[in-house]
Design a protein around this ligand. Structure first.
Ligand code: GLU
Length: 492
C-alpha cells in the first residue's frame, strides 16, 4: 500500500439519473477506498448549467444511498475539502486560472470561432496532421492583450503546453502506460469567455485541491487524461494514478443504452432488485475476485477489491446473470431476514398487515418459510401470500384452476371427505393436516394429484400456491373449512 492515504472520488454530472455504468464506477471507487482504508469522496460535477439539475443531484444521492455506497466527504456529509459541488467552487477555478496566467502558463486568446474555423480549414488544406489550435495568440504582447481586454473584447484562457514537454505518459493501473504525443495536444481552453472553467481544468483543480490519489473512471475519459496531466504539471500538483475502466456493453456488443432495457439504477431498485445483489453483479462487470467466484458479499468486495483485477476488456451486461445473483441473495437470506427486509415491507405496502403486530413471530416465520422459496422479486410476495391473507369470502378463485382442479366429476366427494377429515383434527398444524389428507386418495380410489389439486384450489384459489399443509395451518381451521364449503358449489 502506498504511504499517502488513498483518496478517491466519484464525480457524477447531474445531467441525468445514475446510469449502471456510473454506478459501477462509484462501486469501484468506494470499494477501492474501503479496501485501502482510504477516503471516498462524492463530488457533484454540475458545471454544465444547461443540463445539470438539482433534481438529478437528489436522484443520484438517493441511488448512492440505496446502493449502500456511503461517502466520507461530499454533499450532506461535508468534509474539509468542500464545497463538493463544482458550481460552488467557481472562485477557485478563476483563482487557479489567474495564477497560471500570472505565471505565464496560460494566456488569453481572442480568436473568434470564424478565425478558428479558417485556421482549421487551412491546416486541412495543407494536409497538416495537426489541425488543432494554431497558437495564434500564444505570443501576443501582454500589453496589447491587456488593452483588448480593457476594451471589452471577449477572450478565453488557454493553457501553454510547454514546447519541450515531449510525450505525455499516462500511468494507468488498468491500461498500463499510455503514451500521447504532446504535439497533438493543442493549447486547450481552460476558461471560457463567460469565465467558466472547462471540464479538463475544473476536474484537475478539484482533484488536486482535494488530494485525490487515484482517479478511477470510465475509459471514455482516457483521451482527456494527457490534457489533465498538463494541467497538474502547470499547477505544480502531483499527478494521481489513473484507472480507466472499460465500457459496459449490451448483448449485441453496442454500448449499453435504453435499447437494451433498464439503464438507470432506480429502475432496478423499483423492479425489486436487492441492493446487495445489484452491487455484487455490477462489481463483476470488469473486476473479478479470483476469476471464478460469483457471489461476493459487500464486505468481501470492500476488503478485497483491487485495481490489479480490473480488466481492460469491455464488459457485457447480462440480465440473466443479474437475476441469478438476485435469486442467490434471496435464497441465502434467513427466514427472519427475509421476513423483515422483504416480506413484511411488501405485505405492509399492500395493506395486508398493518403494523405486523397482529401476527406473532412464529406465524410470520412460518409464512416466510413458505413464501421465500417462491419469491424471486419482492413483488412476488403478495401474489404468493395472497391466499393466506384472504378469507373464505374474499378469496379469489382463478378460473382456469377451478376448471382444471375442481369442476370435475368426483371432486365434490373429495371435498366432502377432506372436510370431514379436517374437521375432526385435534391439532391444527401442517403435519396433522398432511396426515389427515394422506389416506384420501386410497379411500376414494383417486390419483393423489387429483385429490390434492382439488383441496388446493378450494383453499388457495389456484394451483401454484405454497405447500398445502403449511398454508392451511397459517389460514386456520375455521376459514379453511369455510373455503371448502364455498368451493363445494363449484365442484362436481
Ligand atoms: N463529471 C465527469 C463525468 O461524469 C467526471 C469524469 C471524471 O471522473 O473525471 O463524466
Amino acid at each position: 500500500m502506498s504511504e499517502t492515504p488513498v483518496r478517491v472520488r466519484f464525480a457524477p454530472s447531474p445531467t441525468g439519473k445514475l446510469h449502471v455504468g456510473g454506478a459501477r464506477t462509484a462501486i469501484y471507487n468506494w470499494a477501492f477506498a474501503r479496501a485501502n482504508h482510504g477516503t471516498f469522496i462524492l463530488r457533484i460535477d454540475d458545471t454544465d448549467p444547461e443540463r445539470s439539475t438539482e433534481e438529478n443531484t437528489q436522484i443520484i444521492l438517493r441511488a448512492m444511498r440505496w446502493l449502500g455506497l456511503d461517502w466520507d466527504e461530499g454533499p450532506e456529509v461535508g468534509g474539509n475539502y468542500g464545497p463538493y459541488k463544482q458550481t460552488e467552487r467557481a472562485q477557485m477555478y478563476r483563482d487557479a486560472a489567474q495564477r497560471l496566467w500570472d505565471e505565464g502558463k496560460a494566456y488569453p486568446c481572442f480568436c473568434t470561432p470564424e478565425q478558428l474555423a479558417a485556421d482549421r480549414a487551412e491546416a486541412q488544406a495543407r494536409k497538416d496532421p495537426f489541425q488543432g489550435y494554431q497558437r495564434r495568440c500564444r505570443d501576443l504582447d501582454p500589453e496589447e492583450a491587456r488593452h483588448r481586454i480593457a476594451a471589452g473584447e471577449p477572450y478565453v484562457l488557454r493553457i501553454k503546453v510547454p514546447d519541450d514537454r515531449g510525450d505525455v505518459v499516462v500511468r494507468d493501473a488498468v491500461h498500463g502506460d499510455v503514451t500521447f504525443a504532446a504535439r497533438e495536444l493543442d493549447d486547450f481552453v481552460i476558461q471560457r469567455t463567460d469565465g467558466t472553467p472547462t471540464y479538463n481544468f475544473a476536474t484537475v483543480v478539484d482533484d488536486a485541491a482535494m488530494g485525490i490519489t487515484h482517479v478511477i473512471r470510465g475509459d471514455d475519459h482516457l483521451s482527456n487524461t494527457p490534457r489533465q496531466v498538463i494541467v497538474y504539471e502547470a499547477l505544480g500538483a502531483p499527478v494521481p494514478t489513473f484507472a480507466h475502466i472499460s465500457m459496459i456493453l449490451g448483448a449485441d456488443g453496442k454500448k449499453l443504452s435504453k435499447r437494451h432495457g433498464a439503464t438507470n439504477v432506480e429502475e432496478y431498485r423499483d423492479a425489486g432488485y436487492l441492493s446487495d445483489a445489484f452491487v455484487n453483479y455490477l462489481a463483476l462487470l470488469g473486476w473479478s475476485l479470483d476469476g471464478e467466484t460469483t457471489i461476493i458479499p459487500r464486505d468481501v468486495l470492500a476488503s478485497q477489491f483491487s485495481l490489479e483485477h480490473v480488466s481492460k476488456n469491455p464488459a457485457t451486461f447480462d440480465p440473466k446473470k443479474l437475476d441469478w445473483i438476485q435469486a442467490e441473495y434471496m435464497r441465502s437470506m434467513s427466514d427472519a431476514e427475509f421476513a423483515d427486509e422483504v416480506m413484511l415491507p411488501e405485505l405492509h405496502e399492500a395493506g395486508l398487515v398493518e403494523g405486523g403486530v397482529e401476527y406473532d413471530e412464529a406465524w410470520i416465520d412460518a409464512l416466510a418459510a413458505i413464501v421465500k422459496p417462491r419469491t424471486k422479486f419482492p413483488a412476488d410476495v403478495v401474489t404468493v401470500a395472497a391466499p393466506v391473507f384472504a378469507t373464505a369470502e374474499t378469496l379469489v378463485y382463478d378460473e382456469k384452476s377451478v376448471e382444471k382442479g375442481l369442476a370435475k366429476e368426483g371432486m365434490g366427494a373429495v371435498l366432502d371427505a377432506a372436510r370431514e377429515a379436517l374437521a375432526g383434527l385435534e391439532a391444527w398444524d401442517a403435519a396433522a393436516i398432511d396426515a389427515a389428507l394422506e389416506p384420501l386418495p386410497e379411500a376414494l380410489d383417486l390419483k393423489k394429484r387429483l385429490v390434492f389439486q382439488a383441496v388446493r384450489v378450494a383453499v388457495c384459489g389456484n394451483m401454484v400456491s405454497p405447500p398445502l399443509g403449511e398454508t392451511m395451518a397459517l389460514v386456520g381451521r375455521e376459514d379453511c373449512l369455510a373455503r371448502i364449503d364455498r368451493a363445494r358449489a363449484m365442484a362436481l
